[in-house]
Design a protein around this ligand. Structure first.
Ligand code: ADP
Length: 267
């Protein structure tokens, strides 16, 4: 889209000259449209749990005495569940907007082995409950990478959280990190470490593999059955891009999914 500015130079009613400025405002318009779309999506997503919480509380308030103890417990369970959903959504939206505000983060040497170990500790119980084997395969003496520890921890948490969510009992989730061999034909290829989160879950159809990184995108038929906000992978992509890298995935429906990205070593 183009913004045309015309400046007429009028002198004694005769036109001396015309200056025309042509400015491409496509990017600006697109950013504004994306922002409005985001606000409208967030409002919509917030409204659903709020509406549910209000209806259940109203029913408990107005008809609580006519309900059995079990029914009241069920209602309270739903209110609790919807409150958790609201909290997750608000946290994800805040994380994403903080990331997109352009604020700067401290980058220094990150011990990936430690970040992976910490992620494993956080999710081990959840994996055990679900009957999924959660393992780490970290190469010995892995060099430090250049990054922000907390942000990378958030990437690992989102990827492992998803892997566990979309893998059935008896499946496996692996967290891997290893140094890549330098490419033989490229002289200025700096050494990098590859991080992988692999699962033996339900997989992602090829037509959805790009869209899953979009905000609020969730593969259709799973939306109502599993928890989530549809923002996790947008956050992952944003953080990995801040590290000068890109998130990739390979996936096959019914076989599993592997997400991976490379990080530069710390000098
Ligand atoms: P959500 O909060 O829904 O998990 P994400 O942005 O993290 O949001 O993921 C978007 C969608 O991508 C998910 O709803 C799911 O459909 C799909 N997805 C993400 N990770 C996996 C995975 N490991 N296996 C299968 N599907 C996945």
């Amino acid at each position: 889209r183009i913004l045309l500015t015309t400046v007429l130079n009028l002198q004694r009613e005769s036109i001396k000259g015309i200056a025309i400025t042509v400015q491409d405002i496509t990017r600006e318009v697109e950013l504004n449209e994306a922002k409005s779309q985001f606000i409208s999506n967030v409002s919509h997503e917030l409204r659903t749990p709020l509406f549910n919480i209000k209806s259940f509380i109203e029913t408990l308030h107005d008809y609580g005495e006519d309900l059995s103890i079990e029914q009241r417990q069920d209602f309270l369970k739903t209110v609790n569940h919807e409150t958790d959903r609201l909290t997750r959504l608000v946290n994800d939206v805040l994380d994403l907007s903080k990331l997109e505000s352009g604020r700067s983060y401290n980058f220094d040497g990150v011990d990936l082995a430690q970040a992976i170990e910490q992620t494993l500790r956080t999710y081990q119980l959840n994996a055990k409950d679900k009957g999924i084997e959660l393992i780490q395969e970290v190469a010995p003496s892995l060099p430090l990478v250049m990054g922000n520890y907390d942000l990378l921890l958030q990437v690992l948490a989102n990827l492992v959280g998803n892997a566990l969510k979309f893998t059935k009992a008896g499946g496996k989730v692996a967290l891997r990190a290893y140094q890549l061999d330098p490419k033989p034909h490229s002289q200025n290829q700096s050494p990098r470490v590859r991080v992988e989160v692999a699962d033996t879950g339900i997989g992602i159809a090829s037509e959805d593999q790009q869209a899953i990184f979009d905000r609020f995108f969730r593969v259709e038929n799973r939306v109502h059955t599993l928890e989530g906000t549809g923002l996790g992978l947008s956050i992952v992509r944003n953080i990995v891009e801040r590290h000068g890298s890109k998130v990739h995935l390979v996936s096959e429906v019914g076989i599993g999914t592997t997400f991976w990205f490379d990080l530069a070593l710390c000098d």
